[in-house]
Design a protein around this ligand. Structure first.
Ligand SMILES: Cc1ncc(COP(=O)(O)O)c(C=O)c1O
Length: 368
């Protein structure tokens, strides 16, 4: 990305940022618990450093009192509210303990159809180990030079043995996304030939277009989303799938009990988080600003990076005089890591503005 574009982006971000920052400077009343006591900066799992929102935290604390009861009503209400975002009824939604549980569920179903899953390399692969153990082979296809999913190659690779195609847009770990038209064309073509599991964990950060509007006309499309990112609830574990009711029913039949993943406390938190739109907006602006600080720092060091629409950045550590991950770790900054074999490209999550300033300062210190 050109420096001029970055600056233009950031000027806009700064205006809304400074307005929102005062409103959400996390209140002393509800301080976030620090995961470490020694000041370590944790940038490893694309967690939101600001969330959950104060409203969600209050709702979760209150929900502890009713957690002696199973929460069928809350479960139905949350599915209704999620469905309402895209104009679907609750029959189109299933809940999980994070979207990871549901990615696993879709793969479990694909595995007993016997064949293979097609996906990009690198992409979000946490679920692949288990699906391989269940007998589903994986066929992985490299990204394009610009580190985008190679949609043409993925499409051409589908054959009768392809029981599932997994696509992460925006892609983790590269932070790249395809736009509306390219995605619509791809989804329509691919879904005629196999089931597509579209992971939209990061669409919210920069309004990457969701493909939810294709659900009604596309029986083979399953979309996964999560409350772990913009809503800052990774530890609370709430995710969901959006698909046609027949798909949802078939997936639920593989579970001992449908929608039982998230706890009463987590579901109440998710409901409150959805009401707290201004906090989610604050997190987006803050993430954009912290990402800009980091990317500008990389530019001052002549470190190549991929423009990101997410809460992480993929950068090329090849020219840096030290092994970056180990060096940053020695400075108590953990999380820079590789997702490609023998590759200098590393992913780092975006923390707060202050944290990213410290990362840049550490990298600058490392070259003198
Ligand atoms: C692309 C992608 N999908 C899904 C997940 C899983 O999220 P969760 O299980 O917390 O909902 C992650 C987590 O980092 C992710 O990066």
């Amino acid at each position: 990305m050109k420096r001029r574009d970055l600056l233009k982006h950031s000027a806009l971000a700064m205006v809304s940022f400074s307005m929102a920052r005062n409103a959400f400077a996390l209140s002393d009343e509800l301080p976030l618990t620090k995961e470490t006591i020694d000041g370590t900066i944790i940038l490893r799992a694309n967690e939101n450093p600001h969330g959950p929102s104060p409203l969600a935290r209050k709702a979760m604390m209150a929900a502890v009192n009713s957690s002696n009861r199973y929460q069928w009503d809350t479960n139905g209400l949350l599915r209704e509210k999620i469905g309402a975002l895209t104009g679907h009824t609750k029959e189109y939604i299933t809940l999980g303990s994070g979207s990871s549980e549901l990615l696993g569920l879709v793969c479990l179903r694909a595995s007993y159809l016997q064949g293979h899953v097609v996906a990009s390399e690198p992409t979000f692969k946490l679920w692949m180990g288990a699906s391989r153990k269940m007998g589903l082979a994986t066929r992985l296809f490299p990204l394009t030079k610009s580190k985008h999913n190679d949609l043409d190659t993925l499409l051409a690779s589908i054959n009768e043995q392809t029981k599932l195609l997994y696509l992460c847009n925006p892609n983790n770990p590269t932070g790249t996304a395809h736009g509306k038209e390219a995605m619509e064309n791809f989804i329509k073509a691919a879904c005629q030939r196999t089931t597509v599991l579209l992971d939209e964990a990061y669409t919210d950060y920069e309004d990457t277009p969701s493909m939810a509007h294709l659900i009604n006309s596309t029986p083979n499309l399953i979309i996964a989303k999560t409350f772990s990112k913009v809503y800052g609830m990774a530890g609370a574990r709430v995710g969901y799938l959006l698909a046609q009711p027949e798909q949802i029913k078939a997936l639920n039949e593989l579970q001992a009990w449908a929608n039982a993943g998230p706890s009463a406390v987590s579901m109440k938190g998710a409901l409150a988080a959805m009401e707290d739109e201004s906090f989610a907006n604050f997190c987006k602006v803050e993430n954009r600003e912290a990402r800009r600080i980091f990317c500008e720092g990389l530019q001052t060091l002549d470190i190549e990076f991929i423009p990101s629409v997410t809460s992480f950045v993929y950068f090329n550590s090849a020219g840096y005089p030290k092994p970056v991950a180990a060096y940053l770790q020695s400075k108590k900054i953990i999380g820079a890591r590789s997702f490609e074999e023998n590759s200098p490209w590393l992913r780092i999550s975006i923390g707060t503005r202050e944290e990213m300033k410290q990362v840049v300062a550490a990298l600058q210190q490392g070259v003198v």
